[in-house]
Design a protein around this ligand. Structure first.
Ligand code: MN
Length: 282
């Protein structure tokens, strides 16, 4: 067992996307956190910040994971899939060769809060047919740990004082971990994670010591290699996402909603989208 240490701390940056939704971007494709391409946090009680939503747009070559904490978001795609994401729900979408969808708030007031994570696909899976899973809150195991609780979205949560518990997603090549840790004052957990995985810890409420480094609200710890991660909440408690994934080690060429391995593949994606063949062979 080797403890992971913090190798970098990232701060989320305010930006807007979609129709003009204000959000905090913590990870972008240029951050270089293979297999993770993007992490956005959206959190506002001002409807003007989210009402515009994310009207019809394409994706190719990766997966998007939306985790709602507050509010409702309606997803509709070109395949006829339709799902209303409620608080605590997760949508795990594998864009594969292409999906065209919209993600629109289903409220005109109140708090809208959640995350969208992009996870890369290996070259071998980028052109597979699109697939997605809508997961109701009840589908995610909740594990009690001393002083807190962990919601397991993907992968197996193992800790010195709790678990194991496995989430509902079978994540394929990147073998993703996606945990939501809610820790009361001083609560501690020592997570066991696979060696070689990229592991990130993003604090979105309160503050915690992650591998001995204080990580406050709105900041992310990027961890070095090892098999254990120690987390201790500060006096006000903490809530954090712990994300893990096996790096793909492949070239990444991205352009907006397309993430491929070569520039030629990006040009093909743009042509396919413009000609109406993104999601189905010509
Ligand atoms: Mn989308």
């Amino acid at each position: 067992m080797t403890d992971r240490s913090v190798v970098k701390v990232l701060s989320g940056q305010p930006t807007s996307d979609g129709g003009g939704v204000r959000l905090t971007r913590v990870v972008s494709p240029d951050t270089g956190l293979d297999p993770f391409l993007l992490l956005d946090e959206f959190d506002s009680s001002d409807a003007d910040d989210y009402l515009a939503g994310f009207p019809s747009h394409p994706h190719r070559g990766f997966e998007t994971v939306t985790y709602m904490l507050d509010g409702h978001m309606l997803h509709e795609d070109h395949l006829g899939n339709r799902g209303d994401l409620e608080p605590g729900a997760v949508q795990w979408m594998t864009a594969g060769r292409g999906i065209i969808h919209s993600e629109m708030p289903q409220q005109i007031a109140g708090r809208m809060r959640g995350f969208q994570l992009w996870i890369n696909l290996p070259a071998a899976d980028k052109m597979k047919p699109a697939a997605y899973q809508d997961l109701e809150p009840e589908r995610m195991p909740r594990v009690d740990i001393p002083g807190g609780q962990v919601t397991v979205v993907a992968g197996t949560f193992r800790a010195a004082n709790a678990g194991p518990a496995t989430g509902p997603i079978d994540g394929g090549a990147t073998a993703p971990l996606y945990f939501d840790l809610a820790l009361g004052a001083g609560a501690a957990s020592e997570l066991t994670v696979p060696a070689g995985h990229r592991v990130l810890a993003y604090v979105f409420e309160g503050a915690a010591a992650v591998a001995g480094v204080r990580i406050g609200k709105g900041t992310m710890a990027v961890l070095g290699d090892g098999t254990t991660v120690r987390v201790i909440a500060e006096a006000g408690g903490a809530r954090l996402l712990v994300l893990g994934g096996r790096p793909l080690g492949e070239p990444v060429v991205h352009y907006g909603p397309f993430v491929m391995n070569t520039a030629a593949e990006i040009h093909q994606a743009i042509r396919d989208y413009q000609s109406g063949h993104l999601a189905a062979p010509a």
